[in-house]
Ligand binder design. Structure first.
Ligand code: UQ1
Length: 456
């Protein structure tokens, strides 16, 4: 890049090349910021950029920032209490018996670059007026620029009886939305021989809005191959399948919704639309009617649940949040609407698009580029178009590669060659083999730009 280095590099205060971990050098913080930065308290540890969250966004952004060549040892800090970093798009594959869950995680501490200061702690509160973040330990961390990407909270307490049913190894209730339970989903589905299978999708925001039905399509296909499910006449087959969704449709993008609803009808799956699972009572699912109708109770012999999700309390209760509790950023620049030195992306952000790891391939470079422009007093050039993608497994060996931008407009990488609304084998191998590989080998290292390929 031809950008002028930060003042730190040109100040002459440091002339020898820096090798991480070999120096006690602590740079003075002279980062030029468009926002006046009031001095932080002397007990605070200060960084040029503090990133909250070590998921796909946080790790990718930290490495893209390092690659800009503008940061030295501990200029960047990352805060996350987790021990593990998970490749969550892979949990559907675990539920389908295609992957081992232990292969989809790495120690978070091993993924944070040694040049980045890693606070393995919870965030207690944001104080953007003072440019600080408080940790649960009571310590304060000061910043010049803040990137907020701690993800969304999957709330297993949001549905009465769910926590107990999931924890009970005998109960036929599972979810691919958690590390602890995604392999139980695989076992329940593989062992199921007879009865009513119910798959749910809640009201409200969820990450990867396609996953609740991906796991259903894989289960259906497995049962069909085993002779336990007859799509053309399900009432006579040992297994029946229902999909209860809080949404009025199968998928929020009309093009893909049409195709998925056709598949549902062709395959004899009962659609319970605007039905929101609120409680599990033994083998009965209690479904609230989003359209105001009377509550419905359904017997199940196998239940796959997607819990409700929402912003983490420390985000929701902060001045950074909008009324819905998500970090209130500009849809294009990803800059906070009130605090110019705050940025957000991913599941914790207010961005009105589908929450996926694929979306991070497009959002991370926008945050990085605009943050760097902002500190140099330059206009924010990069504009996020809402790109997100949902590689929808529709059976073993086939994926419908839904890709779209804001307003649910299809934006297909391979659209000139093929119709991505048709499930294909090549997309299946992208989802199952290529994306997990490129994620750990390139994306989190900061060198993968999704549909734009390898960069930097
Ligand atoms: C992608 O880059 C990616 O990350 C590695 C995914 O996995 C989380 C995806 O699901 C998708 C769709 C992309 C986008 C890349 C292409 C080539 C369409």
């Amino acid at each position: 890049m031809s950008l002028r280095p930060f003042t730190l590099r040109t100040s002459g205060s440091r002339t020898t090349p820096f090798v991480a971990g070999t120096s006690t050098y602590r740079p003075s913080r002279s980062f030029a910021s468009v926002v006046a930065s009031p001095p932080v308290s002397s007990s605070a540890r200060n960084h040029k950029v503090v990133i909250v969250g070590g998921g796909s966004a946080g790790i990718t952004i930290s490495n893209q920032l390092l690659r800009s060549g503008r940061f030295v040892y501990e200029d960047i800090a990352l805060i996350d209490p987790a021990e593990w970093h998970h490749y969550q798009p892979g949990w559907t594959l675990v539920g389908g018996g295609l992957k081992n869950k232990t292969d989809l995680r790495k120690k978070l501490s091993a993924m944070v670059d040694p040049k980045v200061r890693f606070y393995n702690n919870k965030v207690q509160a944001f104080t953007p007026e003072q440019n600080t973040v408080s940790l649960a330990t009571g310590d304060k961390v000061g910043y010049e620029q803040l990137v907020v990407c701690p993800g969304i909270n999957v709330d297993f307490n949001s549905i009465r009886g769910l926590q107990e049913a999931i924890a009970d190894p005998e109960a036929p209730v599972s979810s691919i939305y958690g590390y602890d339970t995604c392999d139980k989903a695989a076992r329940n589905i593989a062992d199921f021989r007879k009865g009513q299978a119910l798959f749910t999708h809640p009201t409200g925001p969820v990450k990867c809005a396609g996953a609740p039905q991906k796991i259903m399509w894989l289960a259906l296909d497995g049962w069909k191959r085993a002779g336990l499910y007859k799509p053309d006449n399900p009432t006579t087959s040992p297994i029946q399948i229902s999909f209860a969704t809080g949404m009025p449709v199968m998928f929020g993008v009309p093009k893909y919704n049409r195709r998925l609803n056709e598949l549902r009808e062709q395959r004899g799956v009962e659609g319970l639309f605007q039905h929101d699972l609120v409680a599990i009572e033994g083998n009965t699912a209690v479904l609230a009617r989003v359209d105001g109708g009377e509550q419905v109770k359904r017997h199940f012999d196998l239940l796959h649940v997607v819990p409700k999700m929402g912003p983490h309390a420390f985000v929701k209760n902060s001045v950074l949040a909008n009324v819905a509790g998500f970090v209130d950023v500009d849809e294009g620049t990803l800059q906070h609407k009130k605090f110019q030195n705050v940025w957000a992306c991913g599941d914790a952000s207010s961005l009105p698009t589908s929450k996926t790891a694929a979306a991070i391939t497009a959002q991370a470079p926008v945050v990085v580029s605009n943050l760097l422009s902002s500190v140099r007093g330059k206009p924010l050039h990069e504009i996020y178009n809402g790109y997100t993608s949902c590689p929808l497994l529709t059976e073993y060996g086939k994926v419908m590669l839904a890709e779209f931008v804001y307003e649910g407009k299809p934006h297909e990488t391979f659209g000139k060659l093929v119709d991505q609304g048709t499930p294909r084998r090549a997309f299946y191998h992208l989802k199952k083999d290529f994306f997990p590989w490129v994620y750990f080998n390139s994306m989190v290292k900061g060198t993968w730009a999704g549909p734009k390929g390898w960069k930097w």
